[in-house]
Design a protein around this ligand. Structure first.
Ligand code: NAI
Ligand code: MG
Length: 497
């Protein structure tokens, strides 16, 4: 049973008062006056209400972002923008206790994940701050007769809508806010309706850091109203979206009206491949956490586990034993490794997949049903589940579950597993566990996915690009490619005769 520890101070930001929208540097209520409430998924208890933005609020936010883009913000030098980002990073570091607690309360991200999340979030701001000073173009020798100099300029794309999911709100917002500030764009951030609070505190810190009014706007609300209004808005130049493939497709369609630039970071069903020659003591926890971290609510989760046939039974049993040893409980408890799913809706979706797996003949070696012991019954808990006896036509091995569920499938050799690993509509992450460097390189070059992790999984760094192929989307976040997503290339010709 999970025993709650004394929690120290709760976030000051949670003061029981309804939260507002951040538009043009001011906190305002939704025009409709409507609000909505999010729940703590560890306990089912309500948190502070948020303002529910509709299309009319989106219009105001877009207009503010446009004015800011054309106004004072456009005259900030790269060095001035860099200073603002670094100041923001320092403020985030100062208030990180509160920001982390908000995500823990709002979406159930275990507070024990902080040592991984905090350096990553701060690192992304600081990496983008450095990039702000190198938005360079090229000079290009041309063969046009006469003396004509040609060069390129890199210019900010303009007004950006950042639409993010709930599985890591502060982190997801960082992937939009940091490059927007580095490039001189402006932003309307639309957090997920399940978990908006840390994005609102982030908005406040932007103001304190000296980000001019209208540069970063935060509109809380629902996908089919506020989100859809942003995706279709004729004065939004770009959408940077993280979320499901299904919603991604709707955004692509909505973007056609004014040919928006898009970055799409979508779903996955990532293969994680374990060869018999792997260091199994590392591969067992590696394979488990590749799929179970954040209770499986990770776009690049290694949810299809391919295990070489000679070790299949031993290995899957060891992963199951490891899964049973992972503390499941209230996300505020520092000893909790796995917290709840974000919402009752997500719980139902994941439980539906567990039932479908069993109905189609898969065998859960661990977990397999909702956890309802003691206090867990009040939250949305699913224990880490590994299914054996899985075939590749089963729903659980084809669809993104977004819960702590592994489908374990045996394979015979490299050529065999390569075909199966690539037999998916997705292409986000992938893992290979082997001590044979030849296998590692061969698979790294032939797996169709944006990231290949060898003898590790889910490693992430501000300097290393991340993003999907196929129906996992397009465009990169992190690395120097990230910034380019927010820039237009302009060609300039100067006749010097
Ligand atoms: P979603 O993709 O619908 O929501 C993500 C964001 O998009 C939210 O801010 C939402 O309000 C917004 N949105 C929804 N409909 C929109 C629309 N028509 N136009 C513009 N914005 C819109 O994800 P949802 O519904 O929360 O989760 C459903 C499933 O999606 C999950 O079970 C999981 O399988 C998958 N998912 C995958 C994520 C990933 O990073 N790969 C993240 C979140 C969900
Ligand atoms: Mg949705």
């Amino acid at each position: 049973m999970n025993q709650m520890r004394p929690l120290g101070s709760m976030p000051a930001f949670l003061d029981g008062r309804p939260k507002k929208l951040l538009i043009d540097g001011k906190w305002v209520e939704a025009r409709s006056g409507k609000t909505f409430v999010t729940l703590n998924p560890s306990t089912g208890e309500p948190l502070d209400p948020c303002a529910e933005a509709g299309p009319e609020d989106v219009d105001l936010a877009v207009a503010a972002a446009r004015r800011a883009f054309e106004g004072p913000w456009s005259r900030f030098t790269p060095a001035e923008r860099q200073k603002v980002i670094l100041r923001l990073a320092d403020l985030i570091a100062e208030r990180y206790d509160e920001l982390a607690l908000l995500d823990t309360l709002d979406m159930g991200q275990p507070i024990s994940m902080r040592p991984f999340m905090e350096p990553l979030v701060l690192g992304i701001y600081r990496f983008c701050a450095a990039q702000a000073l190198s938005l360079d173009g090229e000079t290009i020798p041309n063969s046009v007769p006469g003396n004509i100099l040609s060069y390129t300029l890199r210019e900010p794309v303009g007004v950006v809508a950042g639409i993010i999911p709930w599985n890591g709100p502060l982190f997801g917002a960082t992937w939009k806010v940091a490059p927007v500030l580095a490039t001189g764009c402006t932003l309307i951030l639309k957090p997920a309706e399940q978990a908006s609070l840390s994005c609102l505190l982030l908005g406040q810190l932007c103001l304190e850091a000296g980000v001019p009014p209208g540069v970063i706007n935060v509109v809380t609300g629902f996908g089919d109203t506020a989100g859809a209004a942003l995706a279709a808005h004729m004065d939004v130049d770009k959408v940077s979206f993280t979320g499901s493939t299904e919603t991604g497709r709707k955004i692509v369609q909505a973007s056609a009206g004014n040919m928006k630039r898009l970055t799409m970071e979508l779903g996955g069903k990532s293969p994680n491949i374990v060869f018999a020659d792997a260091d199994l003591d590392a591969a067992v926890p590696g394979a488990a956490m590749a799929a179970f971290a954040n209770s499986g609510q990770v776009c690049s989760a290694g949810s299809r586990l391919f295990v070489q046939r000679s070790i299949y039974e031993e290995f899957t049993q060891r992963v199951a034993d490891f899964a049973k040893s992972l503390p499941l409980g209230n996300s505020l408890d520092p000893s909790t490794v796995l917290g709840p799913l974000v919402s009752e809706e997500q719980l139902k979706r994941v439980v539906g997949y567990l039932e479908s797996g069993r109905d189609q003949g898969a065998l859960p070696l661990s977990g397999g049903a909702r956890a309802i012991d003691g206090d867990l019954a009040n939250g949305y808990f699913v224990p880490p589940t590994i299914f054996a006896n899985v075939t590749e036509d089963m729903k659980i091995s084809r669809e993104e579950i977004f819960g702590p569920v592994i489908s374990a499938i045996p394979f015979d050799n490299l050529d065999d597993v390569l075909v199966r690993a690539n037999d998916t509509v997705f292409g986000l992450g992938s893992g290979v566990w082997t001590t044979d460097v030849r296998k590692a390189h061969k698979l790294a070059s032939r797996i169709r996915a944006g990231s290949v992790w060898v003898n590790c999984y889910q490693a992430m760094d501000p300097a290393v690009p991340f993003g999907g192929f196929k129906m996992s989307g397009y465009g990169k976040e992190n690395g120097k490619h990230h910034i380019q997503e927010f820039l237009n290339v302009k060609a300039v010709w100067i006749n010097t005769d």
